[in-house]
Structure formats: structure tokens, C-alpha cells
Design a protein around this ligand. Structure first.
Ligand SMILES: Nc1nc2c(c(=O)[nH]1)N[C@H]1C(S)=C(S)[C@@H](COP(=O)(O)OP(=O)(O)OC[C@H]3O[C@@H](n4cnc5c(=O)[nH]c(N)nc54)[C@H](O)[C@@H]3O)O[C@H]1N2
Ligand SMILES: Nc1nc2c(c(=O)[nH]1)N[C@H]1C(S)=C(S)[C@@H](COP(=O)(O)OP(=O)(O)OC[C@H]3O[C@@H](n4cnc5c(=O)[nH]c(N)nc54)[C@H](O)[C@@H]3O)O[C@H]1N2
Ligand code: SF4
Ligand SMILES: [Mo]
Length: 894
């Protein structure tokens, strides 16, 4: 190998006396980009104190024009140092950067020397910046010489990547948000836009108001995205190909195919149209999809009659073992009707993570090489020359699920995980944990000290997080924006690109990784995109090849590709797009042992494994526990009531959730959220449940459909703890911890002696207590030296537990309530019950909203906003308010 690890001194600038990598600013608003989803909202952030940031939407940013959702709005609550990893650690002990980097470099080098380049791997993330991604990809593919670098985008966007590439010859998203503004019909397929891309959702709603854009939602669940929809097709899961093929057949019969476009710009396989003739009539489609024929017909007619249609899709399409075919089924319809490359018309895959797109550009997937090149020999040669690289990988590497299987089987022996939490988020998380435990050498770069994944790390490397990092991200519509540092890096945290660069240098590749700052990397990335491109690839940001540091610093949002297919030229050798023949496969039969199907996804106010949103008490109000949503008839069959604890089992594993009976579920299907981890809960572990089955083209797992069964969990007592300090160890059979106000709420349940399980939760201070032996009740409160509440524990075997809200406010109250009040869990003079919080910006509860709707006859979300302010800040709760208006009206008519 070139150089050799562990040689000369490592040039690390990590001493406390070193200048900070980016100077902190204060008092002045700095333009940056949101930390979370792929909408890529621009933010104006002002540092207002020591790790305090005021957040406002950037009115000049084209993606959001000033709007932010609840997660972006409350970013300020997540920039504290709580839980941060501040220093490198080797086997759990603090180490210097120098030592940690040598250790990583030496172990990787030795493993490669002994077992070859394919015995090591990186598992990275769409939450890295483009510059981080670029150097990680370059190190693995160009210098280590393996393509074993894959990313969590495999779990997220890879079916869209594969589908677009099959159709267009390149992974190019043929749409921008302006197309949404200009569409007359927006079809949302497998996308809970109102929760997961709230600012795009608001943009759709704005188009609806301005030009009467119609909205159709295609989702087996009735989500809040359906609230304002003209039509919701609650299809049988996994039947999207049938639906789209049915639509295409209808369009052909209705004469709305764009024959000229097809003839000139699309290559159609010979038997494409004859194959489509089979079984794709309206009636068969309705039957397959389990949709009422009248509804299906309405959709088909609407679609056929509306040339300006954007079909926006996300995980309900991608996360399937037939994800790529589902993508192509959608793209086919758009190609055949010529609804692409024109304003307001496109098949639009919306990205999940803030830099999912940047990762695709860089080539961070194991199945791509770099800058939209695949592994064709000429590409390998080109990239080798450009990088002056010793050995460029010449074939795809292991995709995420296969990668972890290879680790478990001992073939991959050294792994570096950056900015992702696979012990939670990969399917069959139990096996993933086994793999991590078996892997001889695991490095984890994260900003948090303790994640379910970092528990397996031999070396932990502290990365800077949002507000400290500096670089670029690309959003769903190919818009590149800057994320800027607002604060100095805490402790010895360092940018991910810097960490990778140091390891590369220590492995002997000093010149190739001589970057001094993020701009150096960005320039090289821009040059590589343009290198020998000559219009072959749309991804070309050569306009930034010579960007100066100053220009990079001041860079405004800029997009690549323009309106990429407006001239009908695609990135295939003949310039034509491809119709891809796809067939609806027969769905798995439901087995008696697994009578249900498990669907998984997201909550409005939590982000993935909650390492950051979990720090925000406001965001945690929306859903305080992981729920399993069940159709009431399925629940009834199992004797499960609303609020009971339920064990969800699949062939892969099991976990406990609280039941939420819901008419929004189809019968036979249940839904659980992906967010909860071992850090916050003994249950709610969705990651343990899905099978590691993947799409054959993309390798994306089928997270949305797992055979399952449920049963009520028998517990003898239930309870909760409210405490200022987070309890480190909770021994109850079931618990979940969540941030509330000035402390924590821990929900508890179990069997046996609660005292033995919960005794440790009430340490110190002055304790007041009451025991109700008859009903098995136990109530205790602990007061601190100042006589203020520091913890309260309520346990009951049979009786009711008090409402949590008042007790939570007592953690920060100036006056101490009486012991009687504390042990009753409510004030002597009752307060109005607000119900669960709907609007987290103004703290407005469900019951308050319902009362206002009823008593003041409010009929619109705007009217509720005027009366209560609810929904008037970030607007994320508007769909929920809309639902409450509908439900209240229904109740009044009942
Ligand atoms: N609040 C919040 N927002 C986020 C995230 C977050 O963690 N929290 N994560 C971000 C990321 S990385 C991503 S990838 C996106 C994901 O954004 P979305 O894809 O919108 O979110 P999901 O909840 O995963 O799933 C979307 C919907 O697919 C539906 N679905 C399931 N099976 C089928 C099917 O067979 N057909 C159809 N048509 N639909 C089906 C589900 O019922 C679900 O409502 O969200 C991003 N935004
Ligand atoms: N069952 C089921 N599973 C799913 C899904 C589903 O719908 N259903 N969705 C899948 C999808 S689409 C996705 S995208 C994944 C997401 O899953 P993950 O990527 O595993 O989830 P995150 O919690 O976002 O993990 C990011 C980690 O990076 C850390 N981090 C944040 N910023 C930085 C940084 O700048 N540098 C470094 N080094 N670390 C940082 C965070 O603290 C956190 O530990 O989950 C997938 N898993
Ligand atoms: S929609 Fe919300 S989470 Fe997504 S980028 Fe905008 S503010 Fe951030
Ligand atoms: Mo994602």
C-alpha cells in the first residue's frame, strides 16, 4: 500500500489552543440551512448567548421563503451540550485526536493488508455535508480501493435512484418546488407530506388556495396529509404498480398519451403496450388495490384531464421490495403522457434527509462511483486519473443490508459508521447489533456520546453538529445551499471531513487529502463533476470549479441541471428516456400465525432516532410514547383497548407499544413509529421488527410491510415518574422516557412488586408519600432543599392515574403546592384540562381547540388561529386543527 499507516507524526490541529475551525459569530443573523429534512429550508440564525440561537425562516431562500415547520422552528432547543460527545474515546476512555486517528488508520491499514480492501467498510449518511461525503467516498473508492461505502440513503432513496436511472440514464430529479406552485393536480403517493415535508405541504396548500390545485393522496393509512385532500385512495399496501399501470392503461384508452413525445424522446420496449393490456382495466385494478371503483375512476379522470400534474412520492413507494418497479410505474405514466420537463408536470421523488441528494451527487452509494458515474471501465479510468489514485474500485460494493450480513459472517472486519444509527434504523436490528458486536473493529463518528450504535464502538470520534458544521447540502429539488457554523465547536469536536482527511493522511495519502477547509473539497468536487463531462451527465457544477474561499463563504443557494429534461434529451446513449415494463406481483399471503401487516414511519415532531429532537420538550409533546395504531376491529378481536400495552411480534422480533385505536388504519394493518431506541425506552423498538428483505434492483429494504401479530401485554400495575433529573436506570418491565418542561416524564408499567422495581427512582430530598394498599396505589413526591418538587411517582394497580400536565408544570413552579395537592396530582382549584398539545409553538391543547370550535362555531383553521393563535406560527399543526374541525362538526351532527 502507498505510504503505510502509523508512520510519521499526524498533523492534527486539535489542541485546545488551536484556533477554532470557524469563528463563532454573535448578534448577527447568519444564513444557514435546516438540520432536518430534504425540503432544505433556509434559516436565519442569530446567536443570542452561550449556545443559544434564535431561529427564523429565511424569507429570501427559494425553498421555503421564510417558512419553517415545527422541527426547524425549535432547532434552538437542540443546540445545548447535553449528551454531546466532546472528546475522542478508545475503548471507552478519553484519548487524544492524535492517538485516535493513528489507531483508526493503523487498524484499517492492517486489515486491508491482511485481508484485502473489501474487508473494510464505511457506513455513512445523508446527514453528512457534501464535503464530508466527498472525502469519505474518495478515501474508500479511490485509495483503499473498495466500493464498500454505503449510506443510510440505501434505506431511503435508493429505489428512486435506481428507478430514475433506469428511465433517464441518470439519477436526475426532474422537478423543482416551482413545479408544485404551477401544478393543477398534485398526487401524493406513499408520502405523509404534512408531517415529513411540512413546508412543501404548505406550498401545496398555497397552490391550492391560489390556483385551485387539486390534491390526491395514495396511502393505505388515513394520515393528516389527507385532511385537505380532494381524494384519498386508501389502497391495499404494495399495489402501487397495479394502480399506476391501471392509470396508464386508462390514459391510453382516453387518448391522452403524448404520441409525439413518445415517438421522439422515449424508447418503448416491444411488448410494452400489449403487456399493459392484460388485467389493467379499471375493475381489475380496483379489485387488486381494494379501492372503490368510483373513487378510482374519479382519480383516473382527474389525472387524464390535468396535464399539469406533479406526482410526488417518498417512502410508501421506495421502501418496498418492489420499490424500483413502483418508481418506474409512476415515471412511465409521466413519460407516456409527456408530463415531464414542462412547468407543473413531473414525477417528483422527494428526499428525506437534509443532504440525501448531496450524497447521490458525490457517489456515496456503494452502487455508484463518483459524481454520477457508474463503474464502467472508462469512468473508473477517468476518476483514477482525476484523483491520481492508486487503485480505484472497479465494481460496486456491498449495499447496507448485505454489508451488515457480511460483517456478521466475518468477511468485513473493520467498519466506520458516520452520522447514522444502524443499530436502530436498519431492518432486523437485532442481527445488526450482533454484527456490530462481532465486528473486530468498529469506529463511530457522531456528535452524541451515547447512541445504540456507539455502544459497540472501539473508537468514538466526536463530530461537530448542526450550528457548528460548515459546508453544503443539496435539497430535493437539486438546490445547493450552505450550512454555516454559528458557534465554535465544543470540546474537541471536529468536522467529519476533517476527521476523514486526518485518517487518510495517516494512512499515507497526505497529498491527495491536503484539504485545509471545506471550500477546498467543494472546488474539487465541482471539478470532478465537470471533468470530461461534455454534456454526458446533467450533474455538472463546473460553474463552481474555481470558486474562491470568499465566494464559497458568501454562496447563495444555487441549483444544477436547470429544467433538466425541458428539451426532451435524457442521459442515455441515444438521448431517449425508457419506458420500463413493470408488473404487479402477487402479494404475500397472510399466514394464520401472522394475520396482520406492519407498516412503519414517522411522527410529525421527531427526527429518526431522536438524538436531537428528543432534546426538545416542545417537540416531545406531540407524541410522548411510541404508539401502535390498530384498526378498532383488529383490537377488539384481541381484547385490546385504547391505551393498553401491546406486544407486536413479527418473524424477526418483538417489541411493546401503547395501543392507539384508529379508524385511519385499514383493517389487518398496524403502524408503528421508527423513532424510539434503547436510550428512551424498553419498548417501542420498531427496528427489531422488519425483515431484511430488499428490492432486487436497489437493495432498499421493504420497511413498510412485515407480517405481524399483536397481543395485549398483561401488566399488574401502571405508573409514571415526573422528575427534574433523568433517571439513568429504570428497571420497570415497560418504560419510556421523554423530555417535558424542566424535566422528564417516564411512563411505567410492570408486574410484581413495584417497590422493588421503582424504589431507585426516588433518591434524595424530602419525601412525602401515600400508600393505598387496597387498590395497590403508591404516590410519592420528593422536594428539594428549597421545598420545590424534584420528583413525583404515581403507581396504581386498579385505579386511575392523575393527569401528567399539572405535575409537570410543578417542576418549574415558583410556589410549592401543598402535600395534599401534590399527592392528589392536581391543584385544589381544578384547572381546565387542555388535553394533549396540538400546537407546540403556542402550547394549545386539543380540548381547548375543540371547545373553541364548538362554542364559537369556528369553521376554518384560520378562524381557530384568530381565536387561539394555534397554527399561526410554523403551521405544522394546521392539518390536525382541520381534522378537529371535521370531527367536531361530525359529533354535532351525530
Ligand atoms: N417529522 C419527520 N419528518 C421527516 C423525517 C422524520 O424522521 N421525522 N425523516 C425524513 C426522512 S429521512 C424521510 S426518508 C422522509 C420520509 O417521508 P415519508 O415517506 O412521507 O414518511 P413515512 O412515514 O416513512 O411514510 C410515508 C407513507 O407511506 C405510506 N405507505 C406504506 N405502505 C405503502 C404502500 O404500499 N403504498 C403507498 N402508496 N403508501 C404506503 C405510509 O402509510 C406512510 O404514511 O421524511 C423526512 N422528514
Ligand atoms: N422501520 C423503519 N426503519 C427505517 C425507516 C422506516 O421508515 N421504517 N426509514 C429509514 C430511513 S428513510 C432513514 S433516512 C433512516 C434514518 O436512520 P439513521 O440515520 O440511523 O437515524 P438518525 O437518528 O438520523 O441518525 C443520525 C446519527 O448521526 C448523528 N449526527 C447528526 N449530525 C451529525 C454530523 O454532522 N456528524 C456526525 N458524525 N454525526 C451526526 C446523530 O446524533 C445520530 O446518531 O432510517 C431508516 N429506517
Ligand atoms: S420542512 Fe421543517 S424539517 Fe424540513 S427543512 Fe423545512 S423546517 Fe427543516
Ligand atoms: Mo430517509
Amino acid at each position: 500500500m502507498a505510504g503505510g499507516a502509523g508512520g510519521g507524526p499526524v498533523a492534527t490541529r486539535a489542541n485546545a489552543s488551536d484556533p477554532p475551525l470557524t469563528p463563532p459569530a454573535s448578534g448577527r443573523a447568519i444564513k444557514t440551512t435546516c438540520a432536518y429534512c430534504g425540503v432544505g429550508c433556509g434559516i436565519k440564525a442569530t446567536v443570542t448567548g452561550e449556545r443559544e440561537v434564535a431561529i427564523a425562516g429565511d424569507t429570501e431562500h427559494p425553498a421555503n421563503r421564510g417558512k419553517l415547520c415545527s422541527k426547524g422552528t425549535h432547532l434552538g432547543e437542540t443546540v445545548g451540550l447535553e449528551g454531546r460527545l466532546l472528546y475522542p474515546e478508545i475503548t471507552g476512555r478519553r484519548a487524544s485526536w492524535d492517538k485516535a486517528i493513528r489507531q483508526v488508520a493503523r487498524t484499517f491499514a492492517e486489515t486491508i493488508e491482511r485481508h484485502g480492501p473489501d474487508s473494510v467498510a464505511f457506513y455513512v449518511s445523508g446527514q453528512l455535508l457534501t464535503e464530508d461525503y466527498y472525502v469519505a467516498n474518495k478515501l474508500m473508492k479511490g485509495f483503499i480501493g473498495s466500493a464498500n461505502i454505503d449510506t443510510n440513503s440505501r434505506l431511503c432513496m435508493s429505489s428512486a435512484v435506481a428507478g430514475y436511472t433506469r428511465a433517464f440514464g441518470e439519477d436526475v430529479v426532474p422537478a423543482t418546488y416551482e413545479d408544485i406552485d404551477e401544478a393543477d393536480l398534485v398526487v401524493l403517493v406513499g408520502s405523509n407530506t404534512a408531517w415529513c415535508h411540512p413546508v412543501v405541504y404548505q406550498r401545496i396548500m398555497a397552490a391550492r388556495l391560489l390556483r385551485g390545485t387539486q390534491v390526491v393522496v395514495i396511502d393505505p393509512r388515513r394520515t393528516e396529509t389527507c385532511e385537505e385532500a380532494d381524494l384519498h385512495l386508501q389502497l391495499r399496501p404494495g399495489t402501487d404498480v397495479a394502480l399506476m399501470n391501471g392509470l396508464l392503461a386508462y390514459c391510453r384508452d382516453a387518448g391522452v398519451l403524448d404520441e409525439a413525445f413518445l415517438a421522439e424522446h422515449v424508447a418503448t420496449p416491444d411488448s410494452f403496450w400489449s403487456a399493459l393490456g392484460e388485467g389493467n382495466d379499471l375493475w381489475s385494478t380496483a379489485r387488486t388495490c381494494d379501492i372503490a371503483p368510483v373513487d378510482l375512476k374519479r382519480f383516473f379522470e382527474l389525472f387524464a384531464a390535468t396535464p399539469r400534474t406533479v406526482t410526488l412520492f417518498s417512502q410508501g413507494i421506495n421502501q418496498s421490495i418492489r420499490g424500483t418497479d413502483q418508481v418506474n410505474a409512476i415515471v412511465n405514466v409521466h413519460l407516456a403522457t409527456g408530463r415531464i420537463g414542462k412547468p407543473g408536470a413531473a414525477p417528483f421523488s422527494i428526499t428525506g434527509q437534509p443532504n440525501a441528494m448531496g450524497g447521490r451527487e458525490v457517489g456515496g452509494l456503494a452502487s455508484t462511483l463518483a459524481a454520477h458515474r457508474d463503474f464502467a471501465p472508462e469512468n473508473v479510468a477517468e476518476v483514477k486519473r482525476f484523483w491520481a489514485a492508486p487503485r480505484v474500485a472497479d465494481k460496486p460494493g456491498l449495499k447496507a443490508v448485505d454489508l451488515f450480513r457480511s460483517i456478521r459472517e466475518g468477511r468485513v472486519k473493520a467498519l466506520w459508521v458516520m452520522a447514522t444509527n444502524p443499530a436502530v434504523s436498519l431492518p432486523d436490528a437485532a442481527q445488526v447489533r450482533e454484527a456490530l458486536a462481532l465486528c473486530p473493529f468498529v469506529v463511530v463518528s457522531d456528535c452524541m456520546a451515547d447512541t445504540d450504535t456507539s455502544r459497540f464502538a472501539d473508537v468514538k470520534l466526536p463530530a461537530v453538529g448542526w450550528g457548528e458544521k460548515d459546508g453544503t447540502v443539496t435539497n430535493s429539488e437539486r438546490l445547493i445551499s450552505r450550512q454555516r457554523a454559528l458557534m465554535a465547536a465544543p470540546g474537541e469536536a471536529r468536522p467529519d471531513w476533517w476527521i476523514v482527511t486526518q485518517v487518510a493522511r495517516a494512512m499515507g495519502w497526505r497529498d491527495a487529502f491536503g484539504y485545509e477547509n471545506a471550500a477546498d473539497i467543494y472546488r474539487e468536487h465541482a471539478r470532478l463533476s465537470a471533468y470530461r463531462n461534455e454534456g454526458r451527465r446533467k450533474f455538472d457544477i463546473g460553474f463552481h470549479a474555481a470558486i474562491t474561499n470568499r465566494e464559497y463563504e458568501a454562496m447563495e443557494p444555487v441549483s444544477w441541471g436547470g429544467a433538466p429534461f425541458s428539451e426532451g434529451r435524457f442521459s442515455t446513449p441515444d438521448g431517449k428516456a425508457r419506458l420500463v415494463a413493470v408488473e404487479q406481483r402477487v402479494l404475500d399471503e397472510r399466514l394464520p400465525k401472522w394475520p396482520l401487516t406492519l407498516n412503519t414511519g414517522r411522527y410529525r415532531d421527531q427526527w429518526h432516532t431522536m438524538t436531537r429532537t428528543g432534546l426538545s420538550p416542545r417537540l416531545s409533546q406531540h407524541r410522548r410514547e411510541p404508539l401502535v395504531e390498530i384498526h378498532f376491529r383488529d383490537a377488539e378481536e384481541q381484547g385490546i383497548g385504547d391505551g393498553d400495552l401491546v406486544r407486536v411480534a413479527t418473524p424477526q422480533g418483538e417489541s411493546v407499544f401503547r395501543a392507539a385505536l384508529s379508524e385511519g388504519q385499514r383493517q389487518g394493518e398496524i403502524f408503528t413509529p421508527i423513532h424510539w431506541t434503547d436510550r428512551q425506552s424498553s419498548g417501542g423498538r420498531t427496528g427489531l421488527l422488519p425483515r431484511p428483505l430488499v428490492d432486487p434492483h436497489s437493495g432498499q429494504p421493504g420497511f413498510k410491510s412485515t407480517p405481524a401479530r399483536i397481543e395485549k401485554l398483561a401488566v399488574e400495575w401502571r405508573g409514571f415518574l415526573i422528575a427534574r433529573e433523568v433517571p439513568e436506570q429504570v428497571r420497570a418491565d415497560y418504560f419510556t422516557k421523554v423530555r417535558v418542561g424542566q424535566g422528564w416524564l417516564v411512563e411505567l408499567a410492570g408486574s410484581g412488586d413495584p417497590d422493588a422495581q421503582l424504589g431507585n427512582l426516588l433518591a434524595g430530598g424530602q419525601r412525602i408519600e401515600s400508600l393505598d394498599r387496597a387498590r395497590g396505589g403508591w404516590r410519592a413526591a420528593v422536594l428539594d432543599k428549597g421545598g420545590r418538587l424534584s420528583a413525583a411517582l404515581f403507581v396504581s394497580r386498579a385505579g386511575r392515574l392523575p393527569d401528567r400536565e399539572w405535575l409537570i408544570t410543578q417542576l418549574s413552579a415558583h410556589e410549592t403546592p401543598s402535600s395534599v395537592e401534590l399527592l392528589a396530582g392536581r391543584p385544589a382549584i381544578p384547572q381546565p384540562d387542555r388535553g394533549p398539545i396540538v400546537c407546540v409553538c403556542f402550547d394549545v391543547g386539543m380540548k381547548t381547540i375543540v371547545q373553541a370550535i364548538a362554542s364559537q362555531s369556528l369553521v376554518s383553521v384560520e378562524a381557530v388561529g384568530k381565536a387561539l393563535s394555534a397554527g399561526t406560527n410554523c403551521g405544522s399543526c394546521k392539518p390536525a386543527i382541520q381534522r378537529l374541525i371535521g370531527e367536531t362538526k361530525e359529533a354535532a351532527h351525530a
